[in-house]
Design a protein around this ligand. Structure first.
Ligand code: ADP
Length: 488
């Protein structure tokens, strides 16, 4: 079903990559199905790997990493450049695989592939610039040097909402600096990760340096990646709850962690904002990927003077969104990932309306049935409602009204999360005041789109640890070594 839609059918595999060997379902015994969330069709049956394969992949990574680290940065850069070129050349097929397993509209999936590829390009370039430092000695006969070395074997656990990009932006820096990676994509969306592994192999990434494990028992894989002492770092993108489990599990071996966890992004529109720009920003920030991103606007705060105008204009735009199968012409909003996501979104809307919110547009499951939900706007939302505290992860925009700058900053910061935030204003002083007061790792000012490989992506508070992308993205995969030379 899937292979027939691809120009290069070999990018759709039913095998997992374990330490340089492609393992089929018949080798592993157990299997699981991957379905298309738009139709419910089974699109692949994959091996459901167990602990033995996880350990095997870690052992192979441990061996392969040492030789990989000995290559020059320029050699590793050449391989990543080839991988980047292959991703771009195969972007249509990679997008088709992505839409099939995850549901987002095909043009958006293609955008994700190019976004994922941009990390491979960026970190390939950075591979040549893993610079150290020299420090004037503290005694006359001493010389001090600082070098950066690859951290070693890295485990990666990635979510379903960006099946290509979330893995690419972990794998690229790890491999660029000379680490090896054992990854486990979400069981809903393993095919994009496997396609990336096929291209990595074609680009010349040596056997064992990059494994992609397919498994439904995420807790088992997570435990092994946290407790096997050959694993020196774990990088995870997913929920804050699972992040906490991983942190606890890694404690006994002081496991280094990179965590990209949940968000509860405020999106603030001040009276002096360019309203049309704010509407545009809210549309991309809220409704992209059917609202299923960790940087999606989760709470939209609109100042009283423009509240009604903003709600009216936004409702007109939202009513024009087209829900459907991601392969459909003009479709802007695909299905949610599964039943659990659908019921959570419905519950949050019901909770808000039961406490006095009004539905400006949408509000229900789509007439298409299945996992489709109508793009929705709620007005008259208050902090007593669950949407004020919980990540919605669906196409629902709750509009809160506020009066003063002080009040909205307090509300915006009143959460345990601290990933992305956004605000719109034309007043230069206010822009600096608000940007500095927001307790978030990322602040979008007069823009709703903040993701790029050239900037550090990551959160504060319970949204995570570490940064992905930019020159800082190298830090998470290297250790500093200080060498003190005496007797000079
Ligand atoms: P989401 O709600 O986005 O699915 P999760 O945090 O549940 O977020 O999932 C993100 C990733 O974490 C997925 O690959 C999932 O399989 C994995 N995962 C879920 N539970 C655990 C766990 N206990 N240990 C390790 N990984 C887990």
């Amino acid at each position: 079903l899937l292979a027939s839609k691809l120009k290069d059918a070999s990018l759709a595999t039913d095998k997992a990559l374990v330490g340089g060997e492609w393992v089929s379902a018949s080798d592993s015994g157990k299997t699981f199905e991957v379905t298309n969330p738009a139709t419910g069709d089974v699109i692949a049956v994959l091996p459901d790997l167990g602990k033995a394969e996880v350990t095997r992949a870690i052992d192979a990574a441990d061996k392969a990493q040492k030789a990989w680290a000995k290559k020059t940065g320029k050699e590793r850069a050449g391989i990543l450049r080839k991988l980047f070129d292959l991703m771009v050349a195969n972007a249509d097929d990679l997008a088709t695989i992505l839409t099939m397993e995850m549901g987002k509209p095909w043009p958006e999936a293609r955008g994700e592939i190019l976004y994922g590829a941009s990390y491979v390009e960026w970190f390939g370039e950075e591979a040549k610039r893993v610079y150290g430092d020299t420090i004037p000695g503290h005694q006359a006969d001493k010389r001090i040097m600082v070098i950066r070395q690859p951290i070693g074997v890295v485990g990666a656990i990635t979510p379903w909402n960006f099946p290509n990009a979330m893995l690419a932006r972990k794998m690229a820096p790890a491999i660029a600096v000379g680490c090896a990676m054992v990854s486990k994509p979400a069981a809903q969306t393993p095919l994009s990760a496997l396609a990336l592994a096929i291209l990595a192999e074609r680009a010349g990434v040596p056997a064992g340096v990059f494994s992609v494990l397919t498994a439904t028992d995420a807790a088992m894989v997570g435990k092994e990646l946290c407790t096997n002492d050959k694993v020196r770092k774990l990088t995870f993108t997913g929920s804050t709850n699972v992040g906490k489990i991983l942190m606890r599990q890694g404690a006994d071996q002081i496991l280094k962690l990179g965590l990209e966890l949940g968000g509860n992004a405020p999106f603030i529109v001040f009276d002096d904002a360019d309203l049309d720009a704010a509407i545009e920003g809210a549309m991309v920030s809220k409704y992209r990927n059917a609202g299923q991103t960790c940087v999606c606007a989760n709470r939209i705060y609109v100042q009283a003077g423009v509240y009604d105008a903003f709600a009216e204009k936004l409702a007109a735009k939202v009513a024009a969104l087209k829900v459907g199968d991601g392969f459909g012409e003009g479709v802007t909003t695909g299905p949610l990932i599964d039943d659990k996501a659908l019921s959570k979104v419905s519950e949050l809307v019901a909770d808000a309306t039961s406490k006095g919110a009004s539905v400006a547009t949408g509000g229900n499951g789509s007439e298409l049935g299945g996992l489709f939900f109508q793009p929705t706007i709620l007005t008259g939302v208050t902090s007593a409602m669950r949407v004020a505290r919980e990540e919605i992860f669906g196409p629902v925009a709750p509009l809160f009204k506020f009066e003063t700058e002080e009040e909205v900053i307090a509300m915006a910061n009143n959460t345990e999360f601290g990933l992305a935030s956004y605000f719109y204003s034309k007043d230069v002083s206010k822009i600096f005041r608000v940007a500095e007061a927001l307790e978030y790792g990322i602040v979008g000012i007069n823009t709703g789109l903040i993701s790029t490989e050239v900037a550090p992506f990551g959160g504060i508070k319970q949204s995570g640890l570490g940064r992905e992308g930019s020159k800082y993205g190298i830090d998470d995969y290297t250790e500093l070594k200080y060498m003190c030379l005496g007797g000079v």
